[in-house]
Design a protein around this ligand. Structure first.
Ligand code: PEP
Ligand code: MN
Length: 369
């Protein structure tokens, strides 16, 4: 990731209320009425566990005719909520006009939504409107699982001079049916973290889950993966929420959820733990080296098989052989208490590489002819 300006630590602009609990940003999916927003904000503030109040004012909806947000008047309600509770506020902005209005209304933190991150024109328009402004900005992942698009959006916002920058993982749209509204695809957030270790990542379990029941599980998992905070939708009465009713929590349930979360440490807290961990990691490193070495040996044999098939005009794929590999290994893996799904995926990966190598060998012959 190419940074134009160094990113500041999250603690420069947002801190957990309790150092032993995670940082929580909470609030309704949408600001609906002044009463709804103020009562929700009050209840959230009273938990003493929330660090910022979120609310959608302009809502990107899949179909026209659905509730598209209360609009600018909601900014006035947010101002009141902040004055009353002391909670800093955050809203989604999707164009330059939103940015200008939110800044004029004293919103503390802006976020770019998943449907905006997918569009570089939109992100650039937002970035241009932010030039010369010192406000924290959070960038949600794009709807589709494209890490470059996410990074590109972060780069554009950072390019405008924004140093209080964070990413929000809200899950990715998937063609496959799943228990989640949006697939978490943790590996993408991990890759982002690897590319830019100083960038804080906040998880949005509400939009990943799409229902209340899964939120505790995803919240804990996010913390265990060292995400730096959670953005969770909360509404005083979710059953009548105008948007995302199924996934919102009452402030009381949110408070209960936070109580049950365990904040684990990224680094060992004492020397004995640290030594033990180092010892176990050494063992793993050794085995990983052996796996790689064996894999190289295996692929050398695959090359020989490829040459043999080429010289004897045999097809690369022999389905019976593949079935035999999968079945025999699956039974063996099961006996060793390895997860079947994991073993199958691993073998498929290895088999795919074998086919690639053999295809190259056969193509060499085709070219030589
Ligand atoms: C939201 O936070 O309410 C929202 C619209 O989220 P997303 O952009 O992740 O869909
Ligand atoms: Mn929502």
């Amino acid at each position: 990731m190419k940074l134009s300006h160094p990113i500041e630590p999250l603690s420069n602009w947002l801190k957990p209320q309790n150092p032993n609990k995670p940082l929580i940003i909470a609030g309704p999916c949408s600001a609906e009425t002044e009463e709804q927003l103020l009562v929700t904000a009050r209840q959230l503030a009273q938990t003493g566990k929330v660090s910022a109040l979120r609310a959608g004012i302009w809502k990107p909806r899949t179909r026209p005719g659905e509730f598209e947000g209360i609009g600018s008047i909601g900014l006035e309600w947010l101002k009141k909520a902040k004055a009353e509770t002391g909670l800093p506020t955050t809203v989604e902005v999707a164009n330059a006009k939103h940015v200008e209005e939110a800044l004029a209304a004293g919103v503390d933190i802006l976020w770019v939504g998943a449907r905006s991150t997918v569009n570089p024109f939109t992100v650039q328009e937002i970035a241009d409107a932010l030039k010369g402004v010192n406000i924290p900005v959070m960038v949600k992942n794009p709807v589709n699982p494209d890490l470059s698009l996410w990074i590109g959006a972060l780069e554009r916002i950072n390019g405008a001079g924004i140093t209080k920058l964070a990413a929000i993982q809200r899950g990715f749209s998937s063609f496959e049916k799943s228990a989640f509204r949006n697939e978490p695809m943790w590996e993408l957030a991990i890759q982002l973290k690897t590319q830019c270790p100083e960038l804080p990542i906040i998880c949005d379990p509400s939009h990943i889950c799409g229902n209340r029941e899964l939120i505790p599980y995803i919240s804990q998992k996010a913390l265990d993966l060292d995400m730096q905070g959670l953005m969770i939708e909360s509404h005083l009465d979710p059953s009548v929420a105008w948007t995302d009713a199924k996934q919102q929590l009452t402030p009381a349930s949110l408070s209960d959820l936070i109580d049950h979360l365990t904040l684990r440490h990224a680094d060992p807290q004492n020397a004995a733990v640290s030594d033990k961990l180092a010892e176990l990691r050494k063992q793993i490193d050794k085995i990983d080296d052996q796996i790689i070495q064996k894999m190289a040996e295996r692929m050398k044999i695959v090359e020989k098989i490829g040459e043999y098939k080429r010289d004897n005009d045999l097809t690369i794929l022999q389905v019976n052989r593949w079935d035999e590999i999968i079945h025999k290994r699956a039974d063996f893996a099961k006996a060793l208490q390895l997860d079947l799904d994991f073993t199958t995926k691993l073998l498929e990966l290895v088999h795919g590489e074998s086919i690639r190598i053999q295809t190259n060998i056969l193509n060499e012959k085709a070219e030589a002819k």
